[in-house]
Design a protein around this ligand. Structure first.
Ligand code: SF4
Length: 445
């Protein structure tokens, strides 16, 4: 009987991504890198020859989820002895070799600076070798390790412009697991975006932990506002977004871009984290409530109708009733289009993990529920305000609901509407007929 040699048959990669957009972008690179050694993406974990979890440790919930998923894949490993199991991202960075010891059926652990080593590690795992690579790589050499994403003619793509963070907010694990801040060369970023535009990309989201400080620590480099102006000159790119912004580093030059660059979308994600000066100072955020509100006012003046979204942490150590009331008040003043809110959870190794955390779980949950219910009303009211208006929508593809297309407004609202796929990649006018909690429904004009 003839057997297909393993090297001649197709190999499948099942990839699970946890957490932020930075991880989504890294996952795109992982797919590209592993394609070069013969792995094709599958949506079915039971078909996989290689399973990779690209992990997040920003909140304890995300971290626990990784361990419970690893438990589930143990069963697949016991059914298929050749299955390779790998963990990357922030949990891998944090745990390193320890993770191989904790999880004896795990084959690969790769850190946030070691994506480029993954093909080699997978090859080694194919011969039964287990390995962990989590060394940080700093300086010029790291700039050459940002794999540019290849392939694909997706309408909307992420482009990493910088990595790491030097801010050390008291609660945040990112500087510990992503390393020091480093900005890519603007020439490389612009050439990557030109290539994407030629392949059909119409919208780019410039990505980094703190994009507003792009270039400030690299001599002779553009600053972020200048980078945006250069991206706006690229033919074929019709929309530009960026995330994430640190309120302290929003410069007048960046605010002016919202007035001057029509391609820059009418949306900014501007995490406040708290509305209380006392808590902001304990968090080491580097701005006051007044600074934050002044920047919001300037943004609204530069781009009337701009949609502002944010993040809020509830129950940070020391947060009292008055601090929490100030957070609710700030939310009302900003009038957020949407808000991501979380209960504070201590991350080992961060400064806040040493703070006394006296507030009980129940009080924290009550505060979160109150904050989320107020924001839900605001978000839904905002959604209803679009009903009857005409919105310019960049069509990204088919909606999950059959027979409809999906896209986003400049303000980042998801819009679904009936239409045919020849419209994908085009900006079309859609009249909004209904508002749902997370999307709008419309019809093509
Ligand atoms: S700015 Fe603060 S919250 Fe954001 S990644 Fe850096 S340390 Fe974390």
């Amino acid at each position: 009987m003839l057997h297909t040699p393993p090297s001649a048959r197709e190999k499948y990669l099942y990839l699970e991504t946890f957490g932020c957009q930075m991880n989504v972008s890294d996952s795109e690179k992982i797919v590209d890198l592993l394609k070069e050694i013969g792995y094709r993406l599958t949506q079915d974990s039971s078909q996989a020859d290689l399973i990779i979890l690209n992990t997040c440790s920003i909140r304890s919930k995300a971290e626990h989820k990784v361990y419970s998923q690893l438990g589930r894949y143990r069963e697949l490993k016991s059914l298929n002895g050749d299955l390779i199991l790998g963990v990357g991202g922030c949990v891998a960075q944090q745990e390193g070799e320890r993770l191989l010891k904790k999880v004896p059926y795990l084959d690969i652990v790769f850190g946030t600076h070691n994506l480029h080593l993954l093909p080699e590690m997978v090859r080694a795992a194919e011969t039964g070798e287990r390995s962990a690579e989590v060394a940080f790589i700093d300086g010029e050499i790291r700039l050459d390790l940002f794999p540019a994403v290849d392939a694909g003619a997706e309408v909307s793509r992420f482009v990493t412009v910088m990595q790491g963070c030097d801010n050390f907010c008291a609660y945040c694990i990112v500087p510990h697991v992503r390393g020091r801040e480093i900005s890519r060369r603007s020439a490389d970023i612009l050439s990557e975006i030109r290539g994407m535009a030629k392949r059909g990309t119409r919208e780019v989201t410039l990505l980094g932990q703190n994009v507003n400080s792009y270039g400030l620590k690299s001599s002779g480099e553009l600053d972020f506002a200048a980078l945006l102006r250069e991206v706006a000159r690229i033919d074929g790119i019709e929309r530009i977004r960026f995330t994430t912004s640190h309120p302290r580093d929003i410069s007048p030059g960046l605010i002016a871009c919202f007035a001057d660059l029509p391609k820059l979308c009418s949306h900014i994600h501007l995490p406040a984290q708290s509305g209380s000066d006392r808590i902001l100072s304990l968090m080491n955020r580097g701005y006051t409530r007044g600074d934050y509100l002044a920047k919001v006012a300037s943004l609204k003046e530069a781009r009337p109708g701009i949609q502002i979204t944010g993040d809020m942490i509830v129950g940070f150590p020391g947060e009292n009733e008055d601090d929490f009331a100030q957070t609710l008040q700030l939310m009302e003043e900003v009038d957020y289009a949407d808000l991501f809110s979380f209960i504070y959870s201590a991350r080992p190794g961060t400064r806040a993990a040493e703070f006394d955390d006296e507030l009980g779980r129940r009080e924290k949950q009550e505060r979160l529920a109150m904050l989320q219910s107020q924001q839900r009303e605001r978000t839904q009211k905002r959604g209803r305000s679009f009903v009857g208006t005409c919105q310019q929508v960049l069509v990204e593809g088919n909606s999950k609901r059959g027979g409809q297309l999906t896209g986003r407004t400049s303000g980042n609202r998801v819009v679904n509407f009936p239409g045919d796929c020849t419209l994908v990649g085009r900006v079309v006018g859609v009249r909004i007929a209904r508002a749902y909690p997370n999307s709008l429904l419309g019809e093509l004009i």
